[in-house]
Design a binder for this molecule. Structure first.
Ligand code: M6R
Length: 364
């Protein structure tokens, strides 16, 4: 039932504050991550020395964000790979490595094949972050953390992605606690997590503004998304959303790569979507934006007000709530979902059932 919404995708976008709460529920206290959420055998957390994350599509993008978190908070090496590559190569597995899969459906053929292969490779254990409790992936993994997003009908993944990020944040902090994260820092991160549903609601309040921005996109044939740090995987996810439901060719680059090639694409016909985090990379990103502006590129900036980009000429600005940097990738995802949704509606595509795509890719 779509309720008051015209499409499942929009209904699912608007469910995010609620399902993110459901994902946090019972997994954190006021001050701590509750490691019991990984089941009775949470002892594995202290033995982890490496993490291998394997997934496809949107779930892979969630994994890319987690790499930043795990290496930053826990100081452990983490690699992320698409399942269709992982399953067909010889993988070197260091001692005490956690094998972590991400999947909304738990039925993606390549992810399942990767898990089956991994079970022969001597990993410490296998953990699935998944939305479907009765899925094959959950059944075949040693440990599970459910995302609790509820059924996702729209082919374009929205609430499944932000709840995967939430579950990954819980997991990253749990691993970090075993690797020297202070109780004080843990409490700070947990408090940030507790405020996440409210910030996601705030981000949704830009919907009407984003609809106006989207009108200007409908006649574009290309778009370039830029981000640095954890915003790079979010740029990839934003560009995937735009491609799959509006059929506009979109690419995403780490902003620092511009001069290494993609800058050649920039002219008056190329909209640039910049995801601007509020951290010590802000000035570097601003100089990337100047390079684009100097070539006549049309700039669409998503940032908080304090970045001082809201009054710049030649910039279409969309406000994103100012949040703790750990939450930025989750909160910045919301306006990009809304942008691709409204562009698709203007173009009149089949939002919930994009051409050529299936919700669950159960054959390779
Ligand atoms: O069910 P899964 O998360 O394993 O699916 C993986 C991808 O097929 C999926 O994330 C796909 O990229 C999204 N539906 C795109 O929005």
């Amino acid at each position: 039932d779509k309720g008051e919404f015209r499409h499942y995708m929009m209904k699912e976008i608007y469910e995010q504050p609620k399902v993110i709460s459901a994902c946090l529920d019972g997994r954190i206290s006021e001050t701590k991550v509750l490691t019991s959420c990984f089941g009775a055998e949470s002892g594995f957390l202290k033995d982890i020395e490496n993490v291998h994350i394997v997934a496809c599509g949107t779930s892979y993008h969630a994994g890319m964000v987690a790499k930043y978190w795990i290496e930053d908070l826990a100081g452990l090496p983490c690699s992320v790979e698409v399942a269709s590559e992982y399953r067909y190569r010889k993988v070197a597995v260091p001692k005490n490595t956690l094998f972590l899969t991400l999947s909304q459906s738990g039925e993606t053929a390549d992810t399942l094949a990767a898990l089956r292969m991994a079970k022969e490779l001597g990993y410490l254990t296998t953990l699935a972050i998944c939305n479907v409790p009765s899925s094959t992936l959950v059944r075949e993994s040693a440990l599970t953390l459910l995302t609790n997003a509820g059924p996702e009908i729209g082919v374009a993944s929205t609430k499944a992605f932000t709840t995967q990020l939430t579950a990954l944040l819980i997991t990253s902090v749990a691993i970090a606690v075993e690797n020297g994260l202070s109780a004080e820092k843990e409490q700070e991160l947990v408090q940030a997590m507790r405020s996440l549903p409210a910030y996601v609601s705030d981000a949704l309040s830009q919907d009407a503004h984003i609809k106006v921005v989207a009108d200007r996109f409908a006649n574009k044939h290309n778009a370039l998304f830029l981000g640095r740090g954890t915003m790079f995987p979010i740029a990839l996810e934003g560009s995937l959303k735009l491609k799959e439901i509006s059929y506009i060719h979109a690419e995403a680059y780490p902003a620092g790569e511009l001069k290494h090639g993609p800058l050649a694409l920039v002219d008056e016909d190329m909209p640039i979507i910049a995801l601007v985090p509020h951290n010590d990379m802000l000035d570097k990103l601003k100089s990337n934006l100047q390079e684009v502006a100097a070539r006549g590129g049309e700039l669409y900036v998503f940032a908080d007000k304090d970045t001082d980009l809201n009054n710049e000429e030649n910039i279409t600005f969309t406000e994103v709530p100012k949040v703790d940097s750990i939450l930025e990738p989750i909160v910045h995802t919301i306006p990009l979902q809304l942008l691709s949704y409204h562009v698709a509606v203007v173009k009149g595509t089949d939002v919930d059932q994009p051409r050529n795509l299936a919700k669950s890719v159960t054959v390779e």
